[in-house]
Ligand binder design. Structure first.
Ligand code: 6R9
Length: 678
């Protein structure tokens, strides 16, 4: 396993020294700076060190206690965990609970109706704040409106919305009636949207005319129209939020403006409890094959672990904190730590629609200053971008309100970690004052599949270490194992696994139980295989080393090499394609594609490359567009026909290709090098 100085990783098997740059990793693992919590922070922290012991004593009992403390149940559960049919877990058996009631109504009933739930900041500068009472009202109306459009418990609803409050309102309205939402990231194409609509057989689509991107209107509704232009789909109605006011095509009978349906609906709606194992949502994520997996989450366990981790890992004090998770609701982080946990915990949060550089590169810091954000949760790729823009920019703002910083999505390199701490966490005002005790950083490892955070320091307990996610959360059984599934000793690397079921675990892949077993439970007997390489350092702390499969991590977003290869070969000019994730200073990894053109295709250089990039954008979405496309005469293959991506990665990262002796034709690397010189 190799890792460059930026913390971005290769996909070579752990233990092997794939690309030959293991030195940086060795340096990383000798990182010995540690930052212990201050006594003040520890004294005021919502959880202390005793939670580990308590959870170890009886894991299901620990989670049962959290479930009862953090949620209001309509019917109490009779059993914490039913693991009689692994890998299919049932948590909080017999319990009935309503997610929307827990996120909304109960806070109003408890006298918190006037607390702000969401401060929304639109990209053009428009703002809206919703109190818990107002948000409850909106969700009740949306629930009534969706029901009047024929949506009932168990039906699927596709959500294709920008980062606006209506996204959260829609998700909670679905949860309220027991409909299953499937949020499709607004950056995905019409084709990607259609395949997700088809897979889940969604009845309703909720979308917007569009959003704003870098000061310009950016459309969404046309992609929905295009997705539904081909017959044979399950969608009966489309609800459209008016956001940017751009003209849209209209399908009478099918399309309804949000303001006419939700706006006109009654604000009376009683939430009833749903079974703890009732499906809450499906979220598609890239796997190692071309077809995205519909990851299924259910209600009781998911809510318990998202709420618990949000409280414990961010040291949440809901009466005073202002939480801001910068993730889009199209990703799991935006589900767990925007739509659900902050609201279930009764917190006040910020939601921002746009890009960090619109209209200027200080936009995020302006927002932190304006709302006095105290907990900021973002991704290493964003931190590295801010590093590139320079510390002077955040230095112009008063960020002294920040007291906890979170990181998620990919390994955070120690350099970025230290910058985050020093420039954001230590900022004590716009005149360059520094705090004596910078805000603690919590690096949180988890996945769409795990539903909630799994490995992270606790800010009032753990002495944090730059670059390491460190320790399993209480009640979570993480291990690093070798090829044979044996636990590795400290100081060694291997594969990251989860040894015991956890409340927010995925309950399956929508419509494909076999793929669920094959993908996660067949590699190691009785363990969940996460697909990540990891290492335990001498203290037993865990360092995440990136994917060990063909999944890339671009700016914290998962993309599969196979999916992009399929998109490329669907273009009439392309005969064959191989895609690798090459280390990139800002985005962690960047997509680099090698293509062989068909005999009748003309290679027009840049024009050909531009056409192919746009084609991938159209098939999957702009985030999947390769950064570089290299036209080559051949691809390196083993005698059994497997593409040797390791060698292509060497080329993409500008190294001499490694051992090529197992190639069916050992001269191919030379041919590729020759063709790239031209
Ligand atoms: C939450 C989320 C999951 C993959 C995961 C891993 C990588 C996430 C990380 C991290 C190192 C962290 N990942 N958090 N790697 N340190 N703190 O990102 O979910 O989009 O499903 O991606 O992201 O490789 O397997 P998802």
């Amino acid at each position: 396993m190799s890792q460059d100085a930026n913390g971005s990783t290769t996909t070579a098997a752990p233990g092997s020294d794939g690309a030959g740059n293991g030195d940086a990793l060795e340096n990383l693992l000798h990182e010995n700076r540690k930052f212990a919590p201050t006594p003040e922070f520890a004294a005021n922290a919502v959880v202390g060190a005793e939670v580990y012991e308590e959870a170890n004593a009886d894991r299901p009992a620990f989670w049962a206690k959290q479930a009862r403390e953090l949620l209001s149940w309509d019917t109490d559960f009779t059993e914490a965990l039913d693991w009689s049919d692994p890998p299919f877990a049932k948590w909080f058996v017999g319990g009935q609970v309503n997610a929307a009631y827990n996120a909304l109504d109960r806070h109003v009933e408890n006298g918190l109706g006037d607390r702000v739930a969401i401060h929304f900041e639109g990209e053009p500068g428009d703002t809206r704040s919703y109190t818990y009472a107002q948000l409850t009202d909106e969700v009740k109306k949306a629930a009534n409106a969706f029901e009047s459009l024929g949506v009932a418990k168990g039906d699927r609803v596709a959500v294709y919305l920008p980062m606006i409050p209506e996204a959260v309102i829609t998700m909670l309205a679905c949860a309220r009636i027991g409909a299953v939402h499937s949020v499709v990231f607004g950056g995905f194409s019409a084709d990607a949207l259609r395949s997700r609509i088809d897979d889940a057989e969604a009845k309703l689509v909720v979308t917007a005319d569009g959003t704003y991107r870098r000061g310009k209107p950016s459309p969404l509704k046309p992609a929905v129209d295009q997705a539904l232009s081909r017959e044979g789909h399950s969608v009966r109605n489309v609800v459209v939020v008016k956001r940017n006011g751009e003209p849209v095509d209209w399908h009478e009978g099918r399309d309804h403006w949000w303001e006419d349906t939700v706006g006109a609906a009654s604000g009376e709606h009683t939430a009833v409890g749903h079974d703890a194992e009732h499906p809450l949502f499906i979220l598609y994520t890239s796997g190692t094959t071309g077809k995205p997996k519909g990851i299924l989450h259910t209600t009781g366990g998911y809510l318990t672990q998202t709420a618990y981790t949000h409280k414990a890992v961010f040291d949440l004090h809901p009466e005073t904190d202002v939480f801001w998770c910068t993730a889009d609701v199209g990703w799991v982080t935006g589900h767990s730590y925007v739509a659900y946990a902050p609201l279930v915990n009764g917190a006040t949060q910020v939601m921002y629609e746009g890009t960090p550089d619109s209209p200027h590169q200080g936009r995020w810091w302006e927002i932190v200053e304006k709302y006095k954000v105290s907990i900021l949760y973002t991704a290493p790729t964003a931190i590295r971008t801010f590093m590139k823009w320079g510390r002077e920019i955040p230095g112009k703002y008063d960020l002294s309100s920040i007291r906890v910083l979170g990181s998620v999505g990919e390994p955070i390199n120690p350099e970025a970690w230290m910058w985050y701490r020093d420039v954001i966490g230590a900022n004590a005002g716009k005149n360059g004052e520094k705090k004596d005790h910078p805000a603690p950083i919590v690096d949180t490892w988890w996945q769409t599949e795990t539903g909630a955070q799994m490995i992270a320091p606790l800010p009032g307990v753990t002495a944090t270490k730059p670059g390491s996610a460190q320790v399993a959360l209480p009640g979570i059984a993480i291990d690093v194992v070798d090829e044979a599934g044996e636990s590795v000793p400290d100081g060694h690397g291997g594969y990251l696994v989860v040894r015991e079921p956890w409340p927010a675990m995925l309950r399956g892949i929508w419509g494909d139980p076999e793929r669920f077993k094959d993908t996660y439970w067949s590699r190691f007997e009785g363990m969940y295989f996460a697909g990540d390489g990891a290492k335990k350092d001498e203290d037993g702390d865990i360092w995440l080393l990136g994917r060990v499969d063909d999944v890339m991590n671009i700016s914290g977003h998962r993309l599969s090499t196979t999916e992009i290869e399929s998109a490329l070969v669907s273009h009439p000019w392309v005969a064959e394609a191989a895609v690798v994730g090459a280390s990139d200073e800002t985005t962690g990894q960047a997509v680099v594609a090698f293509v062989i053109l068909r005999g009748d295709a003309v290679n027009d250089g840049d024009a050909t490359v531009a056409e192919l990039r746009n084609h991938v954008g159209k098939e999957i979405g702009p985030i999947a567009k390769p950064k570089h496309i290299l036209v080559v005469p051949e691809l390196p293959k083993t005698r059994s026909g497997k593409i040797m991506r390791r060698l292509l990665k060497d080329v993409a990262e500008g190294r001499e290709p490694g051992d090529a002796t197992t190639l069916s034709d050992p001269t191919i690397m030379a041919q590729i090098a020759q063709s790239l010189k031209k």
